[in-house]
Unconditional design. Structure first.
Length: 55
């Protein structure tokens, strides 16, 4: 079976590069990282400045 191969252009490569990648700390679970990548917010958020919980 033959597979057609096409070269990727420089413009396509530039579009594929994520300029602002998701960065998480070492304590972040895989599920939390996936939720952040898909834009899903958790039910209970933590205020990073005060540490208080709200939700």
């Amino acid at each position: 079976m033959l597979i057609s191969v096409r070269a990727i252009s420089e413009a396509e490569l530039n579009l594929a590069i994520v300029r602002n990648p998701l960065v998480v700390n070492v304590g972040t679970t895989v599920m939390e990282a996936i939720a952040r990548m898909s834009g899903v917010r958790s039910v209970c958020s933590v205020d990073q400045t005060t540490g208080s919980q709200y939700g």
